[in-house]
Design a protein around this ligand. Sequence first.
Ligand code: ADP
Ligand code: MG
Length: 624
Amino acid sequence: MPIRQLAPDVAAKIAAGEVVERPASVVKELVENALDAGARHIRVELANGGLGLIRVSDDGCGIPSEELPLAFARHATSKVQALGDLERIASLGFRGEALASIGAVAEVTLLSRPRAAALGAQMAVVEGETGLPAPAGAPAGTTVTVRDLFASVPGRLKFLKTRGTETGRCVHLVEQYALAFPEVRFTVVSEGRQVFTTPGDGKLASVLVAVYGLAVAEHMVPLDGTDDTTSAQPEPERVPAAAAAAPATRPQVSGYVSRPSCYKSTRGYLSFFVNRRWVQSRTLNFAVEEAYHSLLLAGRHPIAVINVALDPAQLDANVHPAKTEVRFLYERQVFAAVQRAVRAAVLATAEAPEVSSRAFAIPDWTSPAVPASADAPRASASDTSLWGRTPAGAEGQPGRTADADAPAAGSDAGGFAVPGAADAAVGGHKLPVMRVLGQVSQSYIITEGPDGVYMVDQHAAHERVLLERMIAEWRSRAVSSQLLLQPVPVELAPAEREPIEEHLDALAQIGFAIEPFGGDALLVRALPAVLAAQTRPQPLRELLLELAGGGAEAASHGETWEEHALANVACKAAIKAGQTLTPEEQRELIRQLEGASAYQSCCHGRPTMVHLSLSALERQFDRR
Ligand code: ADP
Ligand code: MG
């Protein structure tokens, strides 16, 4: 499409953009233009943090010389024509404003040659004054040179950070686009030195190495549906009318996310693209953090590079001056798709943390388990996925612990006709069958698995097992509750009673039966079955207060009140460190853990196990 001035009614519909805030904003606009032009190689040169020079060269379609003056005109664009086009934007640019705005605050030169043209043309804009295009020799493609940015607007300079920071922002920006376009080769040169480059081989994994380094990239796992060869397909210039007319298309989520063992201390490592447009999105941030729920400790954040492909008609890209925010027509659907894809990927490949940080070996959970010795009869397929499917009674006394104060769930044999475990269907991967070797320090169970030794924290593991079972029960509205032969009265202060009373219904959902008992006292008639033996009034009072007050914390973790409460109950009910377990109990706990889907961490994100691989052992003993 030729560059044309937008009709006034179309121009008026475009969110006004103060696009040039800092050097990185210029880089963003120029790189987007190069990508829209179908470039396969984009080179960005910077001097003095971009204030001295920004030069972006591409090998894209180029601009015919007669259109050069229009490129600098406000609301002149080749990407949008009619109002309807704004409803399904397939290009990164659409406002026809960037070059005009940059030309107003810097000295800009545009050199371009369409592939078919014998000669290129050059044109300059100085202090907003457009010169005339002049013929010039040029390689096919476009080079935009921006000099002395903000020299005429000293006020803007004041808001800029140091040269290093501004350079960093520019490089970060190119990195983001490199992640979105693995088939494009990017090069960034700053102060004459190459600071970033990607191979442009179409593999997102290659870009991950370039951006985050090999050590991190090795800990990233692809989302289901991520296929490097397909993501290399260039986006169509325009969306075919048929695709735009089909509203039922579901969002396609692809990309890479970090294993729970690899994390950062800030949220700054989440990159989101919608139809390969780099966006900031609270919704998407939240979906990813949610997917790591209970797998990362508080204060730890994942690394993620995620593209959501969806019908442009289900999207409004025209809501933010810098186009870095989008509005989803079906926000919940997008949220759910991202959360599901990330959760599945993380659960599918999560591994126990390695004892030796030198080892990158990741155990292959899908390979057949090692033969187990007679000491630990190998569980049949139905056994391993079992716990929770068969009534506990059929398994003997699963989960029974030595301490009468903390009987595990199994003691209430009748109530456990649980449907499929909560998240099992998502991950599909389970812990392999492990042979129990013994208990250490009354806290850890040592086992042998397919690749070496696993040290399991008995409390964390039991907590995980209990939580998954209770969540499954709760979801199917079949929470096992234990009626108390002797109801327990709990004395409360007036201010304490109120929040608990507000939650009586919710507490009933998770297995409590509580009623008023005169004055400020409450009478506990039933408990979640896992807590059946914990009937001392004082701890019960503390637990109730904790549960009633847990709303805010639950919300901050993106979980429902009930999920948060169940995690709390699981923690209280789980066997503690310091408890001696019989060999039978140790084996039972491990069997149960084998059935859990998020077996690698407890409700709070602490690991349930640590792995010492055979290769790590061999290295330690200098066998290789
Ligand atoms: P927009 O990208 O919103 O259309 P711009 O002001 O960024 O507006 O660019 C105006 C027009 O100039 C574009 O529509 C495009 O036709 C042309 N243009 C700008 N940069 C390039 C480039 N690198 N290669 C080819 N054409 C370009
Ligand atoms: Mg543009």
